[in-house]
Design a protein around this ligand. Structure first.
Ligand SMILES: Cc1ncc(COP(=O)(O)O)c(C=O)c1O
Length: 361
């Protein structure tokens, strides 16, 4: 009798269902509707719900006028691209980087140039060589537990990159949705704190509360925030204030920090399971052990090819992402992003042992 193959997907970087604090969200929804229904059910300013803007501003030592809260951070990236990019402009990104960011920048006519990523951040020599050729409009970076590689940029590289941005006059977009999910080691300063005039900081409630609430935020100068808010108004009139009210209430009750701790308790064992299974079953692969986040990016030994592997993997119930999507200028044929947060430890072990069998045959 054929054994039943349960499908295992390493493809999507999403929270697991048990990550959602459902009953607390219910309580927050009831409370905000009791306290402020006239605001959160109405059209409002596209800068977002003021109490939540104030809360985020406090976390970052910014003023509320420097904070815009919108419908997910990816859409704010789209708005920033609309504001800053013109066809033919150049954008630098880490290579590999978040595939949807590449799509957005290209949609606005940008030439997307990948700067190779090392275990501690960008290859600075390569960056400097590219800067001699062209001035980018901005450099898009995910400095903490990068999507898709898991890499964290070191402090010395953050400082050097910010210095280069000043010298060569380009913006830095710092995207930090995974930052709060640090499982070990200590925080590296945000790039925004190194130079608030150069760095536009993006983050999100997607990974610390829920993607479904669709709350992302931008911290930037008032001028940039106002310009993005005008685009937001012309796009959706008002952001989802009910969700923002719920998130505000969640924070006001002091529930966000314990929720993040709870999430780390779920995800860290999953990261450890991923890394130890890789060590045991795929010693020839190359990866950086992440200190947090949702992903381990691995490079398979030659002559492996992920496109072929994907087909064979599907036959044994394994879904793998195509690494090439993360590489704006070619490459990535041997790169795999393993998203571990939505899988149980037994699923991770089984998934990696299926992968290892495919790689060795
Ligand atoms: C680096 C990065 N930026 C942005 C997003 C999207 O965030 P949001 O759900 O807030 O739009 C993701 C989601 O996977 C991400 O990995």
């Amino acid at each position: 009798m054929a054994t039943k193959i349960t499908s295992i997907s390493f493809e999507r970087g999403i929270p697991c269902a048990e990550a959602f604090p459902v009953s607390q969200i219910q309580q927050c929804a009831a409370a905000i509707l009791a306290a402020d229904a006239a605001t959160v059910l109405q059209y409002g300013k596209s800068m977002g719900y003021m109490p939540l803007r104030e809360t985020i501003a406090n976390w970052h030592g910014a003023s509320p006028e420097e904070v815009l809260v919108g419908n997910g951070s990816l859409q704010i990236q789209e708005f920033l691209s609309l504001l800053l990019l013109r066809p033919g402009d150049t954008v630098f990104v880490e290579q590999p980087t978040y595939d949807r960011a590449i799509t957005i920048f290209r949609r606005h006519g940008a030439n997307v140039v990948g700067i190779p990523l090392e275990p501690d951040g960008l290859d600075i020599e390569f960056l400097i060589a590219q800067l001699r050729k062209v001035r980018p409009k901005f450099l898009y970076l995910i400095p903490d537990f990068q999507n898709p590689s898991g890499v964290t940029t070191s402090l010395s590289k953050r400082e050097e990159i910010v210095r280069l941005a000043e010298e060569h006059d380009f913006w830095i977009i710092e995207d930090g949705p995974y930052r709060a999910l640090r499982y070990r080691g200590s925080d590296v300063p945000l790039m925004r704190t190194l130079n608030p005039d150069r760095v536009l900081h993006l983050s999100s409630f997607a990974k610390v509360l829920s993607p479904g609430v669709r709350i992302g935020y931008l911290i930037a100068s008032e001028r940039i925030v106002e310009a993005v808010a005008r685009i937001a108004t012309d796009t959706y009139v008002t952001p989802g204030l009910l969700a923002q009210g719920i998130a505000y209430e969640f924070c006001r009750r002091g529930w966000l920090e314990p929720n993040v701790e709870r999430l780390k308790g779920i995800y860290w064992p999953r990261l450890k399971a991923t890394v130890s299974a890789l060590r045991e079953s795929l010693p020839a692969a190359d990866w950086v052990e992440p200190e947090g986040g949702f992903f381990v990016g691995i490079t398979l030994p030659p002559p492996m090819n992920v496109a072929d592997l994907q087909v064979r993997a599907a036959e044994v119930g394994l879904s793998l992402s195509d690494g090439r999507g993360f590489f704006p200028q070619g490459g990535g044929e041997r790169f795999l992003r393993l998203a571990f947060t939505a899988l149980s430890e037994p699923e991770i072990c089984e998934g990696i042992s299926r992968l290892a069998r495919l790689v060795s045959h």
